[in-house]
Design a protein around this ligand. Structure first.
Ligand SMILES: *[C@@H]1O[C@H](CO)[C@@H](O)[C@H](O)[C@H]1NC(C)=O
Ligand SMILES: *[C@@H]1O[C@H](CO)[C@@H](O)[C@H](O)[C@H]1NC(C)=O
Ligand SMILES: *[C@@H]1O[C@H](CO)[C@@H](O)[C@H](O)[C@H]1NC(C)=O
Ligand SMILES: *[C@@H]1O[C@H](CO)[C@@H](O)[C@H](O)[C@H]1NC(C)=O
Ligand SMILES: *[C@@H]1O[C@H](CO)[C@@H](O)[C@H](O)[C@H]1NC(C)=O
Length: 667
């Protein structure tokens, strides 16, 4: 099979220094200069970016790459241990263009650079039906397989790591996962497109093989995924070749190796995450350099759309004004808190423009005063929805109406009129946090002190905790942001708009992934999977923390490039060792006791790209209160630029609904 398309590439490697004749140590932080140090075959090629692409997303192909010099594996003149200890570490990345990807890759140690019997699909480009399981193969491999085979191959599931000895039927296998320092097992998908680092160490003295994997940028977990006792003396020949094999099957993914370090004596050198080439990305995505332009493009088109929507809204409103008669469908009567349209119409003086408090992504908000009780409320009118999903949504909204928490804006009632949904909330006299923080139209010019800011963050966190853990069912907020934090008298914060994003999801066709959220607050995986979770809420909360401490919006359009994205800027400053420079000058004097720094770091911890490692909102509260220490060393959670550009590429390519504006803000 391989003879079909053997390609050899010869470029000189500059950074390669063999230490002595009996041991091999090498490191490739990207393969741009690897050249003739690697022998490539089959579908494998080197990309211009310096990535080792084992397979592209063509079905039914296989390929391999081996280090060109043989490695002495058995040392006959040493009495104590006659098989060497070896250590390797590499970064792999499996991208799937279509929904379902196929097959996997192996790190392989083989007696030859050619693998004549190798086959596609289940055989991973390593072995084939003619030689699988034959003890004269002398093949050792660690497989990263993301397909569960129909053949009995001792695979735990469709997403696993296995030890293969002369056979692709694994002698030991585990689901892809890593252990946290708290010893909890976090499973993750090999083919999700996130770069993954693997560490494989074999100790020739005690014959232990240790395998550990973790998504970038999680540091090497201290507990291994697989520890397997195996004597490799009968498996190895005197000299062996080390490298990678890969295949696709009926379904295909692109398999990449981004970096590789190997040592046949002692530990492999650490891969430098800051030296890596740009991570691979899905072909349809837009390059990072163009993304800023596109971001601005998105913004202005959103503005134009909003304007058009407003014009439509106004004309619809003029038209509807004449028709005040109410039509109530039967199901509406089943739900409590239904208010009469007539009352709301009167309370807002006929939804008069002068009563407008603000316009948000979901509609206009009016100040309303019920004539009889003199009660002041905020009335949100959500226009122009699809009829489908309305009933479901009303059921949900009226159940949310039963929520009571000090840090959640109280929903007083609702009303459906034709295609409009009207929600009635308690009135928040101090407007929204963003208005206060960024001084926009802030007539009173209150400057929030650090103490007030910290209290606001604690309040928001406690509102989120109620939604995530304390109410009768889990509610993901989906749109945590400063314009959704409203301030009552004595600046007690309340989260608004919870659950509203659901309305948009109900309204869209189920086969499209439709992300709802606000630009600058959306966790990378949200854009990738389209599924909002409590950890994507925590991410947005992290951005809110940075906003509050820095006194800046998450995206500052007129800022210098490096300060354009608040999160990236804070991360950069942290790495460069001057984190405190990001702190809002208006509170900088209050920095003495290290509290601001601690909270800022908490913001960064919440904004980690890997959802699984973000703290829960309960932990966030403990850190905010100072009853718990931050769980991780910040250097370790910092993401390098590659990963950031990787995430932003993903984000631009998704179909995101961007909401702007605020609930009751902008008065
Ligand atoms: C070599 O190993 C053998 C058996 O394992 C032992 O009897 C012998 O003493 C060893 N020789 C040296 C020099 O360590
Ligand atoms: C194993 O491979 C060897 C060498 O290729 C071959 O001679 C032998 O027949 C194979 N054994 C089996 C059971 O296929
Ligand atoms: C690995 O598993 C194969 C069966 O798949 C078995 O024949 C072989 O002996 C095992 N090797 C070791 C070292 O356990
Ligand atoms: C299959 O994998 C399990 C778990 O890793 C292992 O205990 C078992 O020995 C393996 N079976 C064979 C035949 O290799
Ligand atoms: C291998 O294991 C032995 C015995 O447990 C230990 O003394 C030695 O340091 C280990 N070697 C390496 C390279 O980890």
């Amino acid at each position: 099979m391989i003879s079909r398309a053997v390609t050899l590439q010869f470029i000189l490697l500059l950074s390669y220094f063999p230490f002595n004749c009996s041991s091999e140590d090498f490191i490739f932080n990207g393969f741009k200069q690897a050249g003739n140090q690697l022998i490539l075959a089959g579908s494998t090629k080197m990309t211009t970016d310096g990535l080792l692409q084992l397979t592209d997303d063509t079905t039914g192909v296989l390929g391999h790459a081996f280090f060109s010099s043989p490695i002495p594996m058995i040392i006959p003149n040493k009495n104590v241990s006659d098989v060497i200890s070896f250590s390797t570490s590499f970064i792999l990345d499996i991208l799937t263009v279509n929904k379902a990807g196929g097959h996997g890759l192996t790190f392989a140690i083989t007696p030859s650079k050619q693998l004549p019997g190798a086959d596609v699909a289940d055989y991973l480009g390593l072995l084939g039906p003619s030689n699988n399981g034959n003890i004269s193969n002398h093949i050792f491999a660690v497989e990263f397989d993301h397909v569960k085979t129909t053949v009995q191959l001792n695979e735990t599931n469709a997403n696993h790591v296995g030890v293969d000895i002369n056979s692709v039927k694994s002698n030991a296998s585990q689901n892809a996962a890593y252990y946290t320092n708290q010893n909890s097992k976090v499973e993750f998908q090999l083919e999700s497109g996130q770069p993954i680092q693997a560490w494989i160490n074999y100790n020739g003295t005690n014959k232990m093989l240790d395998i550990t994997i973790a998504p970038i940028p999680i540091p090497k977990p201290s507990r291994t995924l697989i520890s397997y006792h195996v004597d490799l003396i009968p498996i190895f020949e005197k000299e062996m070749y080390v490298g990678f094999t890969s295949s696709t099957g009926k379904l295909a993914s692109s398999h990449y190796i981004i970096a590789w370090s190997f040592s046949s004596e002692g530990m492999a050198q650490d891969i430098d995450l800051f030296q890596l080439p740009k991570f691979p990305h899905l072909p349809s995505t837009i390059t990072a350099s163009r993304s800023a332009v596109i971001r601005i493009g998105i913004l202005s088109s959103v503005a134009i759309l909003a304007l058009i929507a407003m014009l439509i809204g106004v004309s619809l409103y003029l038209w509807k004004r004449a028709k005040l008669a109410e039509t109530i469908e039967d199901w509406e009567r089943e739900h409590p808190h239904r208010l009469r349209y007539n009352d709301l119409y009167r309370a807002t003086k006929g939804f008069k423009e002068t009563e407008l408090l603000g316009s948000g992504g979901f509609g206009h908000v009016y100040k309303g005063v019920f004539p009889k009780t003199k009660e002041i409320v905020a009335i949100k009118k959500i226009s122009n929805n699809t009829k489908q999903g309305m009933r479901e949504f009303v059921a949900e909204i009226s159940s949310l109406g039963r929520m009571r928490h000090r840090n959640l804006v109280e929903l007083r009632g609702w009303c459906k009129r034709n295609q409009d949904l009207i929600l009635v909330y308690e009135f928040m006299p101090n407007g929204s946090l963003d208005a206060l923080l960024f001084n926009c139209k802030n007539k009173t010019r209150i400057i929030l002190t650090w103490e007030q800011r910290l209290n606001i963050l604690k309040g928001v966190a406690s509102g989120l905790l109620y939604l995530h853990e304390e109410w009768e069912k889990l509610v993901v907020h989906r749109d945590v942001k400063s314009s959704n934090v409203l301030l009552g008298t004595d600046l007690n914060p309340k989260l608004g708009d919870f659950g509203l994003a659901r309305l948009y999801e109900h309204g869209t066709k189920s086969h499209t992934t439709h992300v709802v959220g606000t630009r600058g607050y959306m966790a990378p995986e949200l854009l990738f999977t389209g599924k909002a979770t409590t950890s994507s809420d925590v991410f947005a909360f992290g951005v809110l923390v940075l906003e509050v401490v820095c006194g800046r919006r998450p995206i500052v359009n007129n800022a210098p490039t490096e300060e354009f994205n608040l999160l990236e800027w804070v991360r950069d400053c942290e790495v460069q060792g001057h984190l405190m420079k990001v702190v809002d000058v208006r509170i900088a004097k209050e920095c003495e006791n290290g509290e601001i720094e601690r909270v800022l770091k908490l913001g960064l911890v919440c904004c980690q790209s890997i959802a699984e490692v973000r703290p829960s909102i309960r932990q966030v509260i403990q850190y905010l209160n100072g009853t718990e220490q931050l769980p991780v060393d910040l250097k370790l959670v910092y993401l390098n630029h590659h990963l950031l550009s990787f995430a932003s590429q993903k984000s631009i390519s998704s179909h995101a609904t961007i909401s702007t504006g605020s609930l009751q803000g902008g008065r």
